[in-house]
Design a protein around this ligand. Structure first.
Ligand code: AMP
Length: 544
């Protein structure tokens, strides 16, 4: 290394940053609050890889989106053994050496390559490498069957040219295209399929915390390595109560973390039946005003007309206001789902604003979409985005599954919360460990699945609002509660409570609503008692 090069100060690369103490203490508080709140809703943590096959994001987020087409950090990760083989082969071809050793290596590597080509499924390759693989495979099978050992160098030399010519493509062909994750919903769905989670009882509720990577133009609140806290519900039901509960959990998190003045924006972007018609209508309308739009929006008319609605250009605003609105083009099923979601939100006293332009930039969303806007953040004021993505698991090769989730932008939450004179800005006081941690021994039992304190078995529409209120109350006390989104027969609810390992079931029917007293059943021995709300909370809190 040259001396002046050694002296150059190396700084963090553009758009990424260090988070130092004491600010990191605030980060920990935010993340811990999410863990605490999400646990009360029965979510377990999933830790995901930071990089995945590029195709995972191309297929789910969508290859036409900015995220996939422009913003991913991608690279080819070659199969090491094959790469060595290819490099050996190429250098022996280049060297054209005549020593027996080189010739041996050359023949051996050539043979191995042809063998690899002849076993490899060409469907996994695309473009030139695929053509090459098919041609070579054909030659290999035709010629080698009738070839004597003496003729091998001659045959291999026939492949020299294409080998050298396509060296790069060839390397790519033996590589996996991978990307640093720009988001994590796709990974959650991939993991759901890979681990057969559809066989688990009830809905699968997962949360994740970690960095994401997008090559965006950095500015305040927008980074190239940023952090998200996300949660997903995957299962068989798309009941609007699930969407509402996800949103309720999110609002509970923002409340607990102390972020005030947040606004919930809500929309429905329809489904595979009704959205394409709307997109066509939108495209037609946009073509009529194409000349008045900026170049980004003009391009999006072809690639992704919905994204025009995201435009922040002042001169485009009056034009966008006159465009057809998705809400007027929803199919009856989507309209009903959206109306029911709004009822569910009202029942939970969650304020929202319908924003017909909220389309979200990712292909996989359908029906419910939402965003949370926080005050004081300037242009990058969305602190959370989410929505429903039924069918995504299927698209990735899994069973038919419904899904909904969100991702909170941790950087922005922290930015919004930060005030230099608050306590969390002080260095944290060391805490003694809660208990002495012993090393594992053979007799140790690994921790069981996350504890579920209560399942609320509700019966009859009249019992539901009471169940929703009680669930929220109990969660506020730090208890983890499962509230079935749809009505179930008592036997089925109790069966689910058993499968989920709940400690107690609380039974709410019309009688309980009228009397204000709830039946609590301890699942381990089926003992029951009837308690009022205050006694019930006291009882559950005192039974660790
Ligand atoms: P998305 O995955 O695009 O739906 O984004 C969800 C949330 O992540 C947004 O509402 C932001 O709070 C946050 N976010 C997205 N991109 C960035 C970024 N480049 N820098 C910081 N936060 C981001």
């Amino acid at each position: 290394m040259k001396p002046e090069a050694a002296k150059r100060q190396i700084r963090a690369i553009k758009g990424v940053r260090d988070i130092l103490p004491p600010e990191s203490a605030l980060w920990n508080r935010v993340e811990q609050t999410a863990r605490d709140v999400f646990a009360t809703y029965g979510y377990g943590e999933i830790r995901l890889p930071i990089f995945e096959e590029t195709e995972l994001f191309a297929r789910s987020v969508g290859s036409e989106t900015d995220i996939v087409s422009k913003e991913m950090y991608s690279f080819f990760d070659p199969d090491r053994d094959l790469e060595d083989l290819v490099e050996g082969y190429i250098s022996s071809v280049r060297g054209k050496g005549s020593s027996p050793n080189i010739l041996e290596q050359y023949v051996g590597a050539g043979f191995a390559l042809l063998q690899w080509f002849s076993t490899r499924d060409p469907d996994t390759l695309t473009g030139k490498p695929r053509e090459l693989a098919l041609a070579l495979r054909e030659k290999a099978s035709r010629q080698f069957s009738e070839t004597t050992l003496d003729e091998i160098p001659e045959i291999i030399s026939a492949f020299q040219k294409p080998m050298l010519q396509y060296h790069r493509e060839f390397r790519n062909a033996i590589s996996v295209a991978v990307s640093l994750r720009p988001e994590a919903t796709a990974s959650v769905c991939r993991a759901y399929i890979e681990h057969g989670m559809h066989t688990l009882p009830g809905d699968v509720k997962l949360y994740y915390i970690g960095p994401m990577f997008r090559r965006e133009r950095p500015q305040k609140g927008r980074y190239r390595q940023f952090y998200q806290i996300g949660a997903e519900v995957l299962g068989q039901s798309d009941a609007p109560a699930i969407d509402a509960e996800v949103i309720e959990m999110l609002m509970a998190f923002f409340h607990r973390v102390g972020l005030t003045g947040c606004k919930l924006h809500l929309n429905s972007i329809g489904c595979r039946d009704c959205r394409p018609n709307y997109v066509e209508k939108l495209r037609e309308a946009l073509l009529k005003v194409k000349g008045q739009l900026g170049s980004d929006s003009q391009r999006r008319i072809e690639t992704n007309p919905l994204r025009v609605l995201d435009s922040k250009l002042p001169e485009e605003q009056p034009i966008i206001e006159k465009l057809p609105r998705i809400g007027e083009h929803l199919c009856p099923a989507c309209r009903e789902h959206f109306a029911a979601l709004q009822e569910q939100l009202k029942l939970r006293s969650i304020a929202y604003e319908i924003n017909w332009r909220l389309v979200r930039g990712l292909d996989y969303y359908m029906r419910t979409t939402f965003e949370i806007i926080a005050p004081g953040l300037g242009a990058q004021n969305a602190v959370c985005g989410g929505g429903r993505y039924d069918g995504l698991v299927e698209l990735l090769g899994g069973p038919a599954t419904k899904g909904i989730g969100f991702a909170i932008g941790t950087d922005r939450v922290v930015l919004s919360l930060f005030t230099p004179d608050e306590d969390f800005w002080l260095p944290p006081r060391p805490q003694p460990p809660a208990q002495v941690v012993k090393p594992f021994t053979d007799d140790d039992v690994l921790p069981a699945a996350p504890v579920l304190d209560v399942l609320i078995a509700w019966m009859g529409a009249a019992a539901y609002p009471t169940a929703v209120k009680l669930a929220r109350r109990l969660r506020g006390e730090g208890l983890s509660v499962e509230l079935p989104a749809e009505e179930m027969k008592l036997k089925k609810s109790l069966g689910l409570a058993d499968k989920l390992g709940a400690r107690y079931a609380i039974i709410i029917g019309e009688n309980e609503v009228a009397s204000g007293r709830f039946t609590v059943k301890r699942l381990v021995d089926a003992q029951q008692r009837e308690l009022g709300e205050a006694e019930l909370i006291e009882f559950l809190r005192s039974k660790p």
